[in-house]
Design a protein around this ligand. Structure first.
Ligand SMILES: [Mg+2]
Length: 265
């Protein structure tokens, strides 16, 4: 895994005469991870850079987040871009509206688990249980460090039966445990689906996908785009399917600045 700017000269060459389809995660990528999801804010500078890129005829932006779709739309607040929430389970954009086919049974299972988890974790401080409609997140960032193993055990014990019955899937992220529907759909699948649509409409320019993300759920997208585009992990270099890394959201801002200059007409 290379530091992106150590390979900048050759990377820049790949952008020539291409339509850039830029996929960006939100938390930990565009903004530093906040104490609670509600506290994360996009800076005006970054928003302006994103607006410039979105306005270019040779680029398109898609925001791929684990948040609920209305939440990510509010956080970004731009038109003419694609939004995907709930790790790809919801997609909206110009001429796109997609909701997954999830069995009605799933909501019942999720509600039962939600109430059960609220009940079982009520004696712990710093737990946030977030019902996102198609998924449920248990955030433990603000919990006491020494209580975290116990919280994880409570979670895994609560979900074990619906999990083995394939009623739910479980994913882990940074300081978060998630329950999702038992469907073969993730950030990688949504990126390939959006990319295929774009390749179909971009007749004049070949499409180069770029994916920027920081968490475990982004690995599905890094893997999906291997040998297809540019994949960038945000954070310390580690074992990842991404080809390059940038150190933090501030360096992502610098990268967006460079992209905005490249795609400006
Ligand atoms: Mg993230």
């Amino acid at each position: 895994m290379d530091y992106l700017y150590n390979r900048w000269v050759s990377i820049k060459e790949r952008f020539k005469n291409k339509f850039l389809f830029i996929f960006i995660d939100f938390d930990g990528t565009l903004v530093s991870i906040a104490e609670t999801p509600a506290k994360a804010r996009l800076s005006r500078k970054v928003k302006n850079l994103l607006r410039e890129i979105a306005g270019s005829p040779s680029a398109k932006l898609a925001f791929i987040s684990g948040r609920i779709i209305d939440d990510i739309k509010n956080k970004i607040g731009l038109k003419n871009v694609i939004y995907s929430g709930n790790h790809g389970l919801e997609i909206e954009g110009p001429k796109i509206k997609f909701k997954p086919v999830v069995s009605p049974d799933f909501r019942k299972v999720l509600e039962k688990l939600r109430d059960d988890l609220i009940d079982k974790t009520s004696s712990f401080k710093g737990i946030l249980i977030e019902d996102k409609g198609f998924s449920l997140s248990l955030h433990y960032r603000l919990a006491d460090k020494e209580k975290i193993p116990q919280i994880k055990t409570i979670f895994h014990e609560a979900v074990i039966i619906p999990r083995v019955r394939n009623k739910i899937r479980v994913k882990t992220g940074k300081m978060v445990l998630e329950i999702r529907p038992p469907v073969e759909w993730d950030k990688g699948k949504v990126v390939l689906w959006l990319l295929a649509r774009q390749v179909f409409v971009s007749k004049n320019l070949p499409v180069l996908p770029i994916y920027i993300g920081d968490d475990l759920t982004d690995e599905d997208a890094f893997k999906a785009l291997k040998n297809k585009g540019l994949t960038i992990l945000v954070g310390e270099p580690k074992d990842s399917h991404a080809q390059y890394y940038l150190k933090n959201p501030n360096e992502v801002k610098g990268f967006l600045k460079r992209l905005s200059l490249i795609v400006s007409p």
